[in-house]
Design a binder for this molecule. Structure first.
Ligand code: AMP
Length: 432
């Protein structure tokens, strides 16, 4: 084979699509139920949007973006995260409207591109289901975002998920903390990994979530952001915890959760699946009260979350969960003989025009081979006719579920099969 898919990408094959649809539809349903509306933004944006919002010094912007120039010389970047494009669309389309106090709640399901080192659970193209709530600084909204994710994991059968919670402070208290952290780390620089030695100047917070054991040992005794929070951030954090407790969501405070994007303020959180190996982060998010302004809009608080769908499906797989085979549905048309082949093509077209799931075997193989195929493809009925039957104007309708059959006049068969198909669509029992 001459061509291969690009490294770090995946083909989602037909037998995997039902798992994807389950995850996507579950997310859509829950997000809608929580009052979020779907938004779809372009797959690429002006590069500068991500540089300004995610931060020039972050790993994502410095090392992981798929950036290219188009033929007009513009620098464009494939979406490396979902929040900045939504904020851009929120501002560009004036979704806030004329009521500045209104909370605008949006969700998306979209591919995300990062030039990461591919491994199990880590890809160069992955998919995120995310939400953004813009316009309110209420800590209850932070808790709502976490509640939504919590219900999503649970609806998909993932009960062993930990919520790790932290606060990364704001423009008032974070600089104070960063200086304290740097001062502490200065004495340990030699023990840090190469990456963290680089992070020391540009992005020392990220040293806290480095997985390298030597770095973890250094940071075990480092000062923590939570000890340095300003009054406003400390109050907010306490309130978020209180609301989570009211809702009944268990969480652990984890001062190492700092997130990889500069725009976070106050609340930062991650959902971690148990027993999933190194790539165990199933989703994460937080508050970003300065982001809308950084993108050129009026001061507008916001909070959001992104869930990695590949990780969620891997977690389901690890638990042996899968979507069951769908109910048998539709009609497989079998014409045996030359005249019957013509009849089958016309009969199939009429069934399809009536909205019935239907197909036939264009190889017109033996009855046995075609019946086996109809069974394997999950059809409920086979409509069978040979030349002789057709000369009597009849067709045999076989129910593959009950293994019973009857002879019907051709016209009557169309009517019967389309009424059965309507019942299947309504979730009714076609036996009745
Ligand atoms: P992040 O905003 O980087 O925390 O990403 C949100 C979620 O997307 C993570 O918690 C993961 O579930 C998922 N994710 C992030 N990067 C990747 C990747 N390279 N491959 C697969 N999933 C990813």
């Amino acid at each position: 084979m001459r061509y291969k898919r690009p490294r770090g990408t995946q083909d989602i094959l037909p037998d995997q699509v039902s798992e994807w649809r389950l995850a996507e539809e579950t997310f859509r349903r829950i997000a809608n139920d929580f009052g979020y509306s779907e938004i779809r933004t372009p797959i690429f944006e002006e590069t500068d949007l991500f540089v300004r919002s995610v931060g020039a010094e972050t790993d994502i912007v410095a090392k992981e973006m798929y950036t290219f120039s188009d033929r007009g010389g513009r620098s464009l970047t494939l979406r490396p995260e979902g929040t900045a494009p939504v904020v851009r669309a929120f501002l560009e389309n004036n979704l806030q409207g004329t009521d500045p106090g209104r909370v605008v709640k949006l969700f998306y399901i979209a591919p995300v591109f990062r030039y990461d080192r591919p491994q199990a659970g880590r890809y160069r193209q992955h998919h995120q289901a995310g939400i953004e709530a813009l316009g309110s600084a209420s800590p209850a909204l932070d808790a709502e975002v976490m509640h939504l994710a919590w219900l999503f994991y649970s609806a998909l059968g993932l009960e062993q998920v930990d919520l790790l919670l932290n606060s990364v402070g704001c423009t008032v208290c974070r600089p104070v903390y960063v200086e304290r952290l740097r001062a502490y780390l200065a004495g340990h620089a030699r023990a840090l990994c190469d990456d963290c030695r680089r992070r020391y100047e540009a992005n020392p917070l990220r040293i806290l979530d480095c997985k390298n054991p030597a770095c973890r040992q250094v940071t075990a005794d480092a000062p923590m952001m939570l000890d340095v929070l300003c009054d406003d951030c400390a109050r907010h954090f306490a309130e978020v915890r209180k609301v989570l407790e009211t809702i009944g969501i268990t969480y652990q405070v984890d001062p190492r959760i700092v997130r990889g994007l500069d725009y976070y303020t106050k609340t930062a959180f991650e959902f971690v699946g148990k027993g999933l190996g190194a790539q165990d982060a199933l989703g994460g998010g937080g508050r970003y009260d300065g982001l809308v302004e950084a993108c050129g809009g009026p001061p507008t608080p916001g909070v959001g979350l992104g869930i990695g769908l590949e990780r969620v499906l891997l977690a389901r797989q690890a638990l042996g969960l899968s979507v069951g085979a769908p109910a048998r549905r539709g009609v497989f048309v079998i014409g045996l003989g030359e005249a019957a082949a013509q009849w089958a093509i016309a009969f199939l077209a009429r069934l399809r025009a009536a909205g019935v799931r239907a197909d036939l075997d264009y190889r017109f193989r033996s009855l046995r081979a075609q019946m086996r195929h109809a069974d394997a493809m999950g059809f409920r009925y086979a409509a069978i006719a040979g030349d002789e039957e057709l000369s009597r104007g009849e067709v045999t309708v076989r129910d593959l579920e009950t293994a019973t059959q009857e002879s019907l006049p051709t016209e009557g068969a169309i009517e019967y099969l389309s009424s059965m198909s309507r019942r299947e669509h309504c979730g009714g029992n076609a036996h009745g």
